[in-house]
Design a binder for this molecule. Structure first.
Ligand code: NHR
Ligand code: GAR
Length: 215
């Protein structure tokens, strides 16, 4: 059985959606632990209530990003996860960290990338006057919010929208596409070809491994 490890900084509604999907859809995977860089992240309580292990690593205890990332990698590697997930994790990661987890580090970003990388994406979208906004699940590469795209969902921007109303509409979609994308990864259905991610048809991964598909 594969294992995933989730990094968070805050509220944890995406962690909640992932936990629910993992349980109700009986994924071939377990959640090793949830790690937060903030001790007061509400997502830690959500994970604990679901019976998951949680850990805290406060970035402020480290002199620089490289030192924090090294300690974080040590914590992560103790669990030897197949997949590391950024679910509202708000620290930019160093190139060395990202390269160490190349191909097994996935983020959800609240915009239709490549539009609006970085923070305050809903405000950026409102200020740009776009009529469509959304969320993107992508593999993390050293260049912030530029990795190969696994899944996206779009929502309309409506007259009178505020950052809050728009964020809520996007979040509802995040809770659908994020678990879906992680499941595809855990089922070995994602094929990364440069910047392009292809989704293999269901069953194809078993056939490739030389196993019976419909046994
Ligand atoms: N790291 C790399 N190298 N590449 C990516 O694509 C990353 C990443 C780290 C996090 C998530 C990301 C997002 O989805 C993510 C993708 C935080 C910031 C940021 O500026 C930007 C993008 C993302 C996450 N953080 C501030 C910092 O100084 C801190 C902000 C705070 O603590 O509130 O690190 O948008
Ligand atoms: C989500 O909207 C996620 O896309 C976003 O933070 C929120 C976390 O919510 N991520 C970023 O902005 C990364 N920079 P959650 O804690 O309820 O899952």
């Amino acid at each position: 059985m594969k294992s995933l490890l989730i990094l968070i900084s805050g509220r944890g509604s995406n962690v909640e959606a992932i936990i629910r999907a993992c349980q109700t859809e009986q994924w071939p995977a377990r959640i090793a632990t949830v790690i937060s860089n903030r001790a007061d992240a509400a997502g830690l309580e959500i994970a604990r209530r679901a019976g998951l292990r949680t850990e805290v690593l406060d970035h402020r205890a480290f002199p620089d990003r490289a030192a924090f990332d090294a300690a974080l990698a040590e914590k992560i590697d103790a669990h030897a996860p197949d997949l590391v997930v950024l679910a509202g994790f708000l620290r930019v990661l160093t190139d060395g960290f990202v390269e160490h987890y190349a191909g097994r580090l996935i983020n959800i970003h609240p915009s239709l990338l490549p539009a609006f990388p970085g923070l305050r994406t809903h405000r950026q979208a409102l200020e740009a006057g776009v009529k469509v906004h959304g969320a993107t699940v992508h593999f993390v590469t050293p260049t912030l919010d530029h990795g190969p795209i696994i899944a996206q969902a779009a929502v309309p921007v409506l007259p009178g929208d505020t950052e809050e109303s728009l964020a809520a509409r996007v979040l509802e979609q995040e809770h659908k596409i994020f678990p879906q994308a992680l499941r595809w990864f855990l089922e070995d259905r994602l094929e990364v070809d440069g910047h392009l991610v292809r989704l293999r048809p269901e069953g194809a991964q078993a056939a490739r491994a030389g196993k019976a598909v419909n046994a």
